[in-house]
Design a protein. Structure first.
Length: 87
């Protein structure tokens, strides 16, 4: 599974991107569980607020899925996933 994250917005309006292939990662099971949980969550409106980030996650597995999450709507698991991919 390949997870791509693009973070945009924030005070300076900078864009940060990251990509992670879960294959061979020591925490692959946790990563993939966090990705699968995205589809079952209500992550809010995805509408940006002033000076806050918006995250676009693209998940490539059997098919491609895209999720948009606003910073104010992050939960702990999703925040960890984003940090892991962007880190």
């Amino acid at each position: 599974m390949i997870v791509s994250v693009t973070r945009s917005g924030g005070f300076a309006g900078l864009i940060q991107q990251g990509e992670l292939d879960t294959t061979g990662q020591p925490d692959a099971d946790r990563l993939e569980a966090a990705v699968r949980a995205l589809g079952a969550k209500d992550l809010g409106s995805g509408r940006p607020q002033p000076d806050r980030y918006v995250y676009r996650l693209e998940v490539q597995d059997a098919d491609t899925t895209i999720h948009t999450v606003a910073e104010q709507d992050l939960d702990e698991t999703t925040a960890w996933l984003l940090d892991r991919v962007l880190g």
